[in-house]
Unconditional design. Structure first.
Length: 267
């Protein structure tokens, strides 16, 4: 399982997802979940567990992608640590609740929710919604509440938080590069506790493929992680060289394509 033909697909997926995670601060999961689901379908995994495995495995890989991406963004001074500390308590609570909910939703329901969620985020970015000039980040209580919502939704669709955190921080007039860097840092606690949740909720589930730990498939985790850790710093460095408008267009375009793929899968 660890050294069959499929490892090439996993490494390629890791390189692509890691690069996009570093470039856009999205944790890689928004890219990884639909593509992992395609690979798992090719391996003829049980259809009723396929998307749950893709979500859990994607969440586990985000731990390593987030660490790699975070280091690069920190070196550029793009991580707002005070904001991150206020976000984190709510994120932890929301993440645990989100994984509990995901385990109780069907594959079709998860796919439809994922596609609709990603489409809304992409639309907001594509329209380049401008916040009011005086809008600022809320206090610690407001950030904790926002973190709870971000953690719950992020663990539900295994996106690492960036698809919500980046637009939310931009809406509060945070510069986009700081939003991306802070989002990359926030992806670490979301991924860690989300992974524990998917392991717990999938533990002992009948019919899972060999080498699964709960809803985390270890061969995919190993090879995707190897590719993503290499590519994430490259994307993060590029993010600090590209125009802001270009970053937003890329972000929206990637999300639209992924939403279309997920909708196609449930039609």
């Amino acid at each position: 399982m660890f050294f069959d033909f499929w490892w090439l697909a996993y490494v390629g997926l890791g390189l692509f997802a890691g690069f996009m995670a570093g470039l856009l601060g999205i944790g890689g999961g928004a890219v990884m979940v639909p593509l992992l689901a395609m690979i798992f379908a090719g391996q003829q995994f049980p259809p009723e567990q396929m998307l749950h495995l893709a979500l859990g495995t994607s969440m586990a890989t985000i731990i390593f992608t987030a660490i790699s991406s975070l280091r690069t963004h920190h070196q550029h001074g793009a991580v707002m640590w005070d904001t991150l500390r206020s976000f984190t308590p709510g994120v932890l609570v929301g993440t645990v609740l989100g994984t509990q909910l995901a385990a109780r939703i069907s594959t079709q329901g998860l796919a439809l929710f994922f596609a609709c969620f990603i489409s809304c985020v992409a639309l907001q970015m594509a329209l380049n919604f401008k916040p009011k000039p005086h809008r600022e980040l809320p206090g610690p209580a407001g950030l904790g509440l926002a973190g709870g919502v971000i953690g719950a939704l992020s663990s539900l669709v295994a996106i690492g938080g960036g698809s919500l955190t980046v637009p939310y921080l931009a809406w509060c007039n945070v510069p986009v590069r700081n939003a991306i860097g802070t989002s990359a840092a926030l992806g670490l606690p979301i991924a860690f506790f989300g992974t524990l949740g998917y392991i717990w909720n999938g533990w002992g589930e009948a019919g899972l493929p060999a080498w699964s730990v709960g809803y985390v498939y270890l061969p995919a985790l190993l090879w995707v992680m190897a590719g993503s850790v290499v590519a994430a710093p490259v994307g993060a460095r590029l993010a600090h060289r590209m125009p802001v408008a270009t970053l937003k267009r890329i972000f929206a375009g990637v999300l639209v394509l992924l939403a279309a793929k997920m909708l196609h899968g449930v039609m």
